[in-house]
Design a protein around this ligand. Structure first.
Ligand code: M6R
Length: 364
């Protein structure tokens, strides 16, 4: 049932404040302002590094978690595409930890990666949306993402619920490692609790995004830029746009712009810049200046401080409330999803069932 929405994807985008509040309710001890992730099936003292593997959108959620785990627990993390991970025969230490992420819990390459990690003697933590899935059954620990059924082929609420779950896991790892102070945990938990409200605010950008989508629908290519945890979100934005609007899009880390993609920039090339006003914002301003100097049209997704500090020509701004950097990729996911959705609606594509794609990829 799509409710009042035209597509399942729209319904699932708009459900996010509710499902995120449910997911956080599950992984947070609100009264004590702590995370409430179940006991981990390994002793963190003997874990020297963590591998994360998944496909598509789930991979990008993993790539965000890499930043969080390294920051909160100071444990090195490597994130890899499941179809590469499984065949690379990467040496995995027995007793180490692999995190697999999957909405369906049936993705062939992710399942094969889980089996590879287990065969190496690793403990596998599965972040899955379908609790009865094969991946959930075979993992040593399951963290359900609790997004509810996702019908749209383009993942939306499953992605943000993966992020919520992984954020709580990263804090739990921080606590278990002894490297995250109690006060910092409290601050993070408070920031997580704000996410549903911030998402509701973000959804109010829809009318502006609908207007913007008319320009994007005319583009042949779109570039997405982000830094830090917003870099994987740039990758996710590009994936979402190409999946449902069939417009070619690429995501890049802002710092990579000069190393190649800048050659593509001209007046016809919209560049979506995902940049809250954080400690590296000034670097992103330089990227925007480089784009503007070549006539590129910038769509800046930022906060009030970022909007003020971005003195660059040809910038259209989508302004979100100020928030903790730890929650930005979750909340900024909303405008990113709405950009793809409204562009696809204008293009007249089959938003929920885009051509050539399946909801669950159970073959290689
Ligand atoms: O079910 P999974 O999360 O394992 O699926 C992984 C990818 O196939 C999936 O995220 C795909 O990229 C989506 N269509 C993205 O919107």
């Amino acid at each position: 049932d799509k409710g009042n929405h035209r597509h399942f994807m729209a319904k699932e985008i708009y459900e996010q404040p509710e499902v995120m509040s449910y997911a956080f309710g599950h992984y947070l001890d609100l009264a004590n302002e702590k995370v409430a992730v179940p006991e981990l099936p390994f002793d963190l003292d003997s874990v020297r590094s963590i591998s994360i593997t998944a496909c598509g959108t789930a991979l990008y959620a993993g790539a965000v978690a890499e930043y969080w785990i390294e920051q909160f627990a100071r444990i090195p993390v490597s994130t890899d595409i499941a179809s590469e991970f499984r065949y690379r025969e990467t040496p995995l230490e027995p007793g180490g930890v692999t995190i697999v992420i999957s909405q369906s819990g049936e993705t062939a390459d992710t399942l094969a990666s889980l089996r590879y990690a287990k065969a190496c003697g690793q403990k596998v933590v599965a972040v899955v949306n379908v609790p009865t899935s094969t991946i959930a059954r075979e993992a040593d620990m399951v963290l359900p993402t609790l997004a509810g059924p996702e019908i749209g082929v383009a993942s939306t609420k499953a992605f943000t619920c993966q992020l919520a779950t992984l954020a709580c896991l990263a804090v739990a790892l921080g606590r278990a490692s002894g490297r995250l102070a109690e006060d910092d945990e409290r601050r993070l938990v408070r920031a997580f609790m704000e996410v549903p409200r911030l998402m509701t605010e973000a959804l109010k950008l829809a009318p502006e995004i609908e207007v913007l989508a008319r320009t994007l629908a005319k583009a042949r290519d779109v570039l997405y830029l982000g830094r830090g945890t917003n870099y994987p979100l740039a990758l996710e934005g590009a994936l979402k746009l190409k999946e449902i609007s069939y417009i070619h899009a690429e995501g890049y880390a802002g710092g990579e712009l000069k190393h190649g993609p800048i050659a593509l920039i001209d007046e016809k090339m919209p560049v979506v810049v995902i940049a809250p006003h954080d400690r590296i914002f000034e670097k992103t301003v330089s990227n925007m200046e480089e784009v503007a100097a070549r006539g590129g049209k910038i769509i800046l997704v930022t906060d009030p401080k970022g909007a003020e500090a971005a003195h660059v020509d040809a910038v259209q701004k989508l302004i979100l409330p100020e928030m903790s950097p730890a929650v930005c990729p979750m909340v900024y996911a909303i405008p990113v999803q709405l950009i793809a959705y409204h562009t696809a609606v204008i293009m007249g594509t089959d938003v929920d069932q885009p051509r050539n794609l399946a909801k669950s990829v159970t073959v290689e």
